[in-house]
Ligand binder design. Structure first.
Ligand SMILES: C[S@@+](CC[C@H](N)C(=O)[O-])C[C@H]1O[C@@H](n2cnc3c(N)ncnc32)[C@H](O)[C@@H]1O
Length: 124
């Protein structure tokens, strides 16, 4: 989907997005479990949306770890920022970027989470 269409779609959806998170809870937990995260890991959350994975990622990497959260929608990122402030998560960097073109330095992260956002094949 074209970036401008994605931004428009999530500009509409951002306010209500978290209301429909429950059907994905088990899958989300399983996906994060698969990453075998350890304390201190740096994890990239690609297409992080409103930050629904942050709590589980925080539990896994702990205060010594880092979460780099990328999304192309400023409206979804605004919700993610609210969560960071509310929970006092200071080890999360929020980045507004297109995951397909942003580029990533080799070995800059330990793990990548790409949950319900973009096909992994378009970023790897
Ligand atoms: C269905 S939401 C999923 C959000 C989050 N991963 C979750 O589990 O709730 C899809 C998200 O992917 C983002 N997205 C889609 N294409 C993207 C791209 N090319 N680069 C960055 N973010 C993208 C959208 O803006 C949206 O926030």
């Amino acid at each position: 989907m074209h970036i401008e269409r994605i931004k428009k779609k999530y500009q509409r959806n951002a306010r209500f997005y978290d209301l429909v998170e429950w059907p994905f809870r088990i899958l989300r937990a399983a996906a994060i479990d698969e990453l075998q995260l350890r304390p201190g890991h740096v994890v990239l959350d690609l297409g992080c949306g409103t930050g629904l994975s942050f709590a589980l990622l925080e539990d896994a990497v702990g205060p010594s770890g880092q979460i780099v959260a990328v999304d192309v929608s400023p409206d979804m990122l605004a919700r993610a920022l609210e969560k960071c402030i509310r929970h006092r998560w200071t080890n999360i960097s929020l980045i507004e970027a297109d995951a397909e073109t942003m580029g990533l330095q080799a070995d800059s992260v330990d793990r990548v989470l790409c949950f319900y956002s973009i096909p992994a094949s378009s970023v790897l």
